[in-house]
Design a protein around this ligand. Structure first.
Ligand code: IMP
Ligand code: MG
Length: 191
């Protein structure tokens, strides 16, 4: 059976930007880069859910270090004209991260607002170190200066879905990353 038929959500994509095979290959390499950077240290991973769930699950299995995992939930308001333009922390950490080596993971670095808020929050908790990792980087959209230490792929300024990234909570289960057909990107405000 052809792949498109076995995964009908593919039909909603205008283009595939990163294939399932490319993701697997890059995630493996990122895991090795991260492991090399930490040596034998234990890592406290902080994953920003829901977007980073799939990436985190795959990446962690490529890092042989001892790992503690915590998740935080952020509400990002996509419409900058709203007064509540700042990302809000909906669910905070449960682990103590003071004096720990923290690796913060998100699905995509876009305007940089989410990371700047979360990084400030984590720094106040006095970790031994803080490094950041994103699967995707849309550098052209940055409003707050921020670069991640580990980046999977640089992508153009397009709204993408799949492999954890959603449009109105849908498409997270697509195994590749792609651009939605324009007629499906309605309303244009990102959920
Ligand atoms: P930032 O705060 O603008 O850097 O945005 C980061 C958050 O916005 C990510 O964690 C995503 O949830 C969301 N986001 C940004 N761009 C996209 C996209 O192209 N597709 C899906 N979600 C996105
Ligand atoms: Mg997100």
């Amino acid at each position: 059976m052809p792949k498109a038929t076995s995964f009908p959500l593919h039909a909603d994509l205008e283009t595939v930007l990163v294939s399932e095979t490319e993701i697997k290959k890059r995630v493996k390499k990122l895991g090795a880069e991260i492991a090399a950077s930490y040596g034998n240290e234990e890592i406290t991973v902080v994953s920003i859910i829901n977007g980073a769930i799939l990436f985190t699950a795959d990446l962690l299995r490529e890092i042989p270090n001892p790992i503690r995992l915590d998740c935080i939930r952020i509400a990002s308001y996509r419409n900058d004209t709203k007064s509540h333009g700042k990302p809000q922390l909906l669910q905070s950490l449960t682990l103590d991260i003071s004096n720990r080596h923290v690796l913060l993971i998100d699905d995509i670095l876009d305007t940089g607002k989410t990371f700047s808020v979360v990084v400030d929050m984590i720094r106040k908790l006095n970790p031994a170190s803080l490094r950041t990792c994103v699967l995707l980087d849309k550098r052209g959209r940055r409003e707050v200066e921020f670069e991640a230490d580990f980046v999977g792929f640089q992508i153009p300024d397009k709204f993408v879905v799949g492999y954890g990234l959603d449009f109105a909570e849908r498409y997270r289960n697509l195994p590749c990353i792609g651009v939605l057909k324009p007629n499906l990107q309605n309303p244009p405000e990102w959920a």
